[in-house]
Design a protein around this ligand. Structure first.
Ligand SMILES: [Zn+2]
Length: 342
């Protein structure tokens, strides 16, 4: 048996040890191929490069990521398998692998996400303006217009670190996809500024769409649970818009986008269950973002986010339309209805 400890030189390994989600939602730590990660010691590849530190700051009203040091992963290589010698390296491999899986799932169903890559990935950057554009965030985030993922250290010990959770990575990628599909350019400003009358509802739609991706890419409606016990984010909960703050434009203090967001996400999951079609649902929820943004770009009212539901109905095939109408009627009763539904 030959093994070698490698740092800063090339590595002859075709599989990397990383967190992987199983079909029942549990996690294992096992070797896997991550073909897009061309240089696993320095975390550089087709999807982008990870860098340590650096500054994520506002420049002219937009977020921008600058600087950062080259990362060096310390790994043991044995029989073509590279195993990081610390949890940090394991998290980095896991994040990159999940990002590749999310990209592959979206490309397989024809979502045009190529412009998102290469994306910047900043590990524990300095974020002097974090209160402006990133909250609420715990330790994995996506900064639109900077086109940068942010990975921070977990604040507490978790079974699966957040940045190593496949659904969380798909969720964060969802913010990038939402931004790309709604603006056409990962470096563009957001379609709707924070002072837009519908901005809070849109932030819920953004979170909800990201949870749709987390659920649909992993196949797990409780994808966050291995990292955080958050029953309110369960895509199979009975949550309805009437139970949450369904008039977000009237909220004045610290609006929580996840509550209404979970209603949007549960609606998509209802469609997935009713049609028994993961890929078709994934394509539909993404197409609907693009059409919604095109149709609503000039909207200046508070209800703009709800009209995303109209697109789910308008773009769906016969089976999806029926499922979407039933889900919307159930989840948004008394709050919003789609005219095209019977
Ligand atoms: Zn989010």
């Amino acid at each position: 048996m030959i093994w070698s400890m490698l740092l800063g030189c090339s590595m002859d390994a075709d599989r990397l040890v990383a967190f992987q989600v199983q079909s029942d939602g549990s996690y294992t730590v096992e070797p896997r191929a991550i073909e897009s990660l061309k240089d696993p010691l320095r975390m550089k590849g087709e999807l982008g490069e990870m860098r340590a530190g650096g500054v994520l700051a506002l420049r002219g009203g937009e977020m921008e990521y600058r600087g950062g040091r080259q990362i060096e992963v310390l790994a043991v290589v044995e029989d073509g398998v590279a195993e990081p010698v610390d949890l940090d390296g394991l998290i980095l491999y896991s994040f990159y692998g999940h990002l590749q899986d999310t990209r592959d799932a979206l490309e397989r169903v024809g979502v045009p996400i190529a412009p998102l890559f290469p994306v910047s990935m900043a590990v524990t950057p300095a974020v002097p303006d974090i209160g402006l554009a990133l909250l609420p965030v715990e330790n994995a985030a996506y900064a639109p217009s900077a086109n940068t993922f942010i990975l921070l250290s977990d604040l507490s010990e978790k079974q699966v670190p957040l940045a190593a959770n496949a659904g969380v990575v798909a969720h964060e990628t969802g913010h990038g996809v939402f931004h790309l599909l709604s603006t056409g350019d990962p470096h563009a400003a957001k379609l709707f500024p924070p002072e837009h009358p519908g901005a809070q509802g849109i932030s819920s739609l953004d979170e909800g769409f990201s949870d749709m991706l987390g659920g649909l890419v992993t196949g797990d409606p409780r994808f966050i649970v291995p990292s955080l016990n958050l029953p309110s984010r369960d895509l199979e909960s009975g949550i309805t818009a009437e139970q949450v703050s369904s008039r977000p434009e009237l909220e004045t203090t610290s609006y929580d986008p996840y509550a209404l967001g979970s209603v949007f996400a549960a609606t998509a999951w209802d469609i997935r269950l009713e049609t028994d079609d993961v890929d078709g649902t994934l394509a539909l929820v993404c197409d609907a973002v693009k059409s919604w943004a095109e149709a609503e770009a000039d909207a200046d009212d508070a209800e703009v986010a709800y009209r995303y539901l109209d697109q789910l109905v308008a773009l769906g095939d016969a089976e999806q339309r029926q499922a979407a109408c039933a889900a919307i009627e159930l989840r948004f009763a008394g709050v919003y209805s789609v005219e095209e539904c019977p």
